[in-house]
Write a protein that binds this ligand. Sequence first.
Ligand SMILES: NC(=O)C1=CN([C@@H]2O[C@H](COP(=O)(O)OP(=O)(O)OC[C@H]3O[C@@H](n4cnc5c(N)ncnc54)[C@H](O)[C@@H]3O)[C@@H](O)[C@H]2O)C=CC1
Ligand SMILES: O=C(O)C1=N[C@H](C(=O)O)C[C@H](O)C1
Length: 262
Amino acid sequence: MAIMPNTPNAVAEPMMIAVLGAAGRMGSTVCDAIESAGDLVLGPRLDVGDDVATLADSGAAVAVDFTVPSATEANVHALIDAGLHAVVGTTGWTEESLGRVRTHLADDGRGLGVLIAPNFALSAVLAMRFAAQAARYFESAEVIELHHPNKVDAPSGTAVHTARAIAAVRAQAGLAAGPDATETTLDGARGAVVDGVHVHAVRLRGLVAHEEVLFGNPGEQLTIRTDSFERSSFMPGVLLAVRAVAEHPGLTVGLDGYLDLG
Ligand SMILES: NC(=O)C1=CN([C@@H]2O[C@H](COP(=O)(O)OP(=O)(O)OC[C@H]3O[C@@H](n4cnc5c(N)ncnc54)[C@H](O)[C@@H]3O)[C@@H](O)[C@H]2O)C=CC1
Ligand SMILES: O=C(O)C1=N[C@H](C(=O)O)C[C@H](O)C1
């Protein structure tokens, strides 16, 4: 008897996933996670110099990109052209580059999904959400991100995303700029400023990925902290995204877009 698709007895084909940046710290961890997942099969592993267009005929339905900020946008456009859904963890995205991906997806018209998420760790996703919830209630807000010293960019994508969200909530609530009478004697002493929110970057041997969001009022402080001690912390989020991206046509920014966080 033939087993028809979508019947209780049907055996689903494992979905094939390509990985870009497969030789890197995150890419290699993603390859291992896909190989350990029963419902997924690891497809082509691409790294620097490989042609994304070859994925069109590879059988891969989804590609995961953990490459470098200077390459990721071109990779995503090439993935859309090749007809693959994309799950992207690489940092460096701006409103302009996100807008170009949105336009490309709309022009393409095939209903492809792209998720670009600054952080796939649940603790970080929740920290960003809690920071946005707290932002309207405090005079002062600053972000400190702490990472391994091999990280190529600063400030982290997570810190930029956190700061932008805090700034948007503060603006909506009509809050003035945070109080700060400092006259700096050295450039950079107060960190970078993202939409008016100060962001500080620490690089320290032994760290993986960490962030503190500090909120201050007269006589009180709220600290929200997230720690990724191992890259395994990002894998449940990456696998969730890989499985869900085809159900979310268009561009989604942030894993919270795929979660029911209320
Ligand atoms: N969203 C998230 O949860 C996380 C995001 N990241 C981000 O992921 C990115 C990668 O981080 P790591 O794996 O630590 O870096 P890495 O330097 O270990 O790996 C990057 C890899 O990309 C490759 N690569 C460079 N250009 C490429 C291209 N054009 N096509 C294909 N491969 C290319 C490199 O050869 C390297 O193997 C960074 O932007 C980092 O901030 C890192 C951890 C978690
Ligand atoms: O490079 C890293 O390691 C990380 N990059 C992402 C970022 O820049 O926010 C996510 C996480 O912080 C780890």
